[in-house]
Write a protein that binds this ligand. Structure first.
Ligand SMILES: *[C@@H]1O[C@H](CO)[C@@H](O)[C@H](O)[C@H]1NC(C)=O
Ligand SMILES: *[C@@H]1O[C@H](CO)[C@@H](O)[C@H](O)[C@H]1NC(C)=O
Ligand SMILES: *[C@@H]1O[C@H](CO)[C@@H](O)[C@H](O)[C@H]1NC(C)=O
Ligand SMILES: *[C@@H]1O[C@H](CO)[C@@H](O)[C@H](O)[C@H]1NC(C)=O
Ligand SMILES: *[C@@H]1O[C@H](CO)[C@@H](O)[C@H](O)[C@H]1NC(C)=O
Ligand SMILES: *[C@@H]1O[C@H](CO)[C@@H](O)[C@H](O)[C@H]1NC(C)=O
Ligand SMILES: *[C@@H]1O[C@H](CO)[C@@H](O)[C@H](O)[C@H]1NC(C)=O
Length: 622
């Protein structure tokens, strides 16, 4: 908790509904935030199945990314976006919004079902299916081409549910302990096992564009294992694998720092070239925030030297590239986007990234306030000179310039919120982006994550400026800095349907990882798919056929490859399909059959490779 004395010393007036404080006339800005916060929370609930007004057809507990169905179509549920949103809902719930409980329970059940849905990333029995980024809103698989797997989803879902489990254990005594152990833990356990097994493999980043190792993902995974281990111990479950892989993850996390900022993605695909300045890293800082932690660089705490210097590098990268940021002094807040090289929808500022900057700074103020001390180092001096031009290295405590420095940070943070509000239409609707030219809404409307980011920013601001309760600790202060060489490692896990939480009991049977190799000469723009008579292969619907990979395609060997996990011991009929540039599908001329073998070992090694050669009509260029 923040020291009350200090909270009062801060000039910002606090107002929040929970205690019905009167609104101080001086603080009309806070009143604006409260008004937008109501709209934002409702905006999230509108996108929440089954009753959300903007989410028709979404299953109970499913959070769609946006109601937009065309240009772009975001009418899906993303594991990451939903988990970050649920984390916000759990925090709001534990801070007194009791009416949110049923949303959490619906989410838990939906995720228990979702974990069992086989998908192009894999199935539950191997754990691989947990890395699938998105599903249809009716909890069915999406077979289309996508950047998969994305390995942050299970970690973030675990964090959201662990926060809920901790509340159950803290406040509901025996009935809470039962709900935590019987319903929440089995879902969390699958996700933690996934992290412990697969963290050291590449995957796609949170923007779904880069294959490699993402700073955001690695930090989210580390956090999940640390708090997951504590929960496991409390529930009498084994935590050995989580502890050892958490140590390895924290060691690996240090590899992203380049001396000036955290590079968003490493181990990237060949040909990838970006400077690596990315909101990924600011989002990492707020996702790693622990109000009880010191300003620790190793876990990238919001008030740490590295996270502050990184924040400056990130914000500065947007000062000159957006028209709406032109003519703002170097020391003021500006609109920020995902990364400066972004071209998606023209590469605009995003609400959630601009608000994330404010949130990191509010989190940092909470930390300095709790510590009652603030140190400006040579490393983070450039950050401080932006917000407080006469700043000098040293340690500041109440009585010196401490409160002036904190006020300067709060003013700077408020500036980012003001920018987001300036470009919010009067309805309060938050799209994904706002135009770099003129600030009007761009891309998906009513983006769930945009709304959630407003709510978490507002809570962080209140905690920084009043006695509003802080979010829970995840144990960041208990981790020790890594030493020695980092280990590349993996702990194979066991995955089971979370039946008590609502997963179908007959799900989760053993699957075989099948690789289909087909020689099929194609021209540029023509692609090969795998279609068949099971839902895994799109049930003969061409639009649901599985996309293939051509990364080993050569003149000598025109190889298209498909990897798919299929239930053991079943026969499957299939054909390869070409998709022409004009969208037309051309099937092979005959059906093929393959017998999927039975699992003989639970330790893997059951994989099977099928070698084929295209039989049938070929496409013609143009
Ligand atoms: C689920 O939704 C998708 C996309 O709207 C639709 O194509 C599919 O038929 C639905 N499946 C079920 C089982 O309702
Ligand atoms: C695996 O871990 C090692 C040790 O930290 C690291 O050097 C390597 O880049 C990691 N690879 C991936 C894909 O995570
Ligand atoms: C703002 O920053 C840029 C880049 O660091 C620098 O070139 C410019 O002189 C600065 N402007 C002012 C007014 O300080
Ligand atoms: C704002 O800018 C966008 C391009 O970013 C443009 O498409 C749109 O027409 C502009 N709107 C107004 C009102 O100027
Ligand atoms: C697919 O075809 C195989 C081989 O004919 C058959 O044994 C199997 O039952 C079929 N699967 C479905 C889901 O129809
Ligand atoms: C062969 O494949 C087609 C799809 O191309 C499917 O509609 C048909 O039912 C299959 N034939 C048999 C005998 O299963
Ligand atoms: C695919 O092509 C390679 C290289 O030409 C050849 O060695 C292999 O036998 C072919 N596979 C089939 C199933 O025809």
């Amino acid at each position: 908790m923040i020291l009350r004395l200090l909270a009062l010393a801060l000039s910002t007036v606090f107002i929040y509904e929970a205690v019905g404080e009167p609104i101080h006339p001086r603080d009309s800005f806070s009143a604006k935030i409260e008004k937008q916060n109501k709209i934002a929370l409702q905006g999230v609930l509108n996108n929440f199945g089954p009753k959300g007004s903007q989410a028709p057809g979404a299953s109970a507990g499913i959070i769609i990314a946006s109601p937009s169905t065309v240009d772009p179509n975001y009418y899906y549920t993303w594991t990451r976006d939903a988990a970050l949103t649920m984390r916000m809902i759990v925090d709001e719930f534990t801070h007194g919004k009791n009416e949110l409980r049923s949303y959490i329970q619906d989410y838990l059940k939906a995720q228990a079902i979702l974990q069992t849905v086989s998908n192009p990333s894999g199935a539950l029995s191997s754990g691989r299916g947990l890395g699938e980024p998105k599903f249809y809103s009716n909890i069915t698989r999406f077979n289309g081409d996508w950047g998969r797997p994305q390995r942050d989803g299970p970690a973030l879902r675990a964090t959201a549910l662990i926060t809920y489990a901790n509340w159950l254990l803290d406040t509901r005594k025996s009935s809470g302990a039962r709900e935590a152990a019987e319903k929440v833990w089995p879902v969390v356990q699958n996700d933690l096992n996934y992290v412990a097994q697969y963290w050291n493999s590449t995957g796609f980043d949170l923007w779904e564009e880069v294959s490699g190792s993402s700073f955001f993902t690695v930090a989210a995974q580390h956090r999940a294992l640390v708090e997951g281990s504590a929960l496991a111990k409390q529930l009498g479950q084994s935590s050995t694998a989580y502890d050892s892989q958490a140590t390895n993850l924290l060691c690996f996390l240090q590899a992203f720092w380049n001396g000036k900022y955290a590079v968003a993605n490493i181990n990237t695909q060949s040909g990838f070239s970006r400077a690596g300045i990315d909101s990924n890293t600011v989002l990492t800082s707020i996702a790693s925030f622990d109000p009880e932690a010191p300003c620790d660089d190793v876990t990238f705490q919001p008030c740490s030297s590295k996270a502050l210097l990184n924040l400056k590098a990130y914000v500065d990268a947007f000062r000159t590239i957006y028209t709406i940021n032109k003519n703002t002094p170097n020391a003021s807040a500006v609109a920020t986007g995902r990364y400066p090289e972004d071209v998606y929808y023209g590469g605009n500022p995003w609400y959630l990234t601009t608000l994330a900057v404010a949130e990191q700074l509010y989190d940092a103020v909470q930390q300095w306030s709790s510590l009652n001390s603030l140190t400006i180092s040579d490393t983070d001096l450039p950050f401080w000179q932006t917000v407080y031009p006469s700043a000098e290295p040293g340690t500041y405590e109440p009585g010196s310039d401490f409160s002036k420095l904190l006020d300067a940070v709060l003013d700077y943070a408020d500036g980012f919120v003001k920018i987001a509000l300036k470009y919010t239409p009067s309805s309060g609707a938050l799209a994904e982006q706002f135009s770099r030219e003129n600030g009007t809404a761009v891309s998906a409307r009513d983006l769930t994550w945009s709304y959630a980011s407003f709510v978490t920013m507002r809570a962080a601001r209140l905690s920084a400026t009043s006695n509003y309760p802080q979010i829970g600790s995840w144990g960041a202060s208990s981790v020790s800095a890594p030493s020695g060489t980092c280990s590349a490692s993996s702990s194979p896990g066991v995955y089971k349907p979370a039946i008590a939480a609502g997963a179908p009991p007959d799900a989760g049977g053993c699957t075989i990882l099948m690789t289909f190799n087909v020689n099929a000469s194609t021209y540029f723009g023509e692609n090969v798919y795998l279609s068949g008579n099971t839902t895994d292969l799109g049930a003969w619907r061409p639009a649901d056929a599985l996309p293939g990979r051509a990364d080993q395609y050569t003149e000598q060997r025109p190889l298209w490859t498909f990897e798919v996990e299929l239930p053991q011991g079943k026969a499957v009929q299939y054909r390869y399909v070409r998709k022409e540039e004009d969208g037309e599908y051309v099937f092979e001329s005959r059906n093929r059959t393959v017998e999927v073998p039975f699992c003989t070992s639970t330790e893997g090694g059951n994989d099977k490779v099928v070698e084929d050669s295209w039989v049938g009509p070929v496409g013609t260029q143009g």
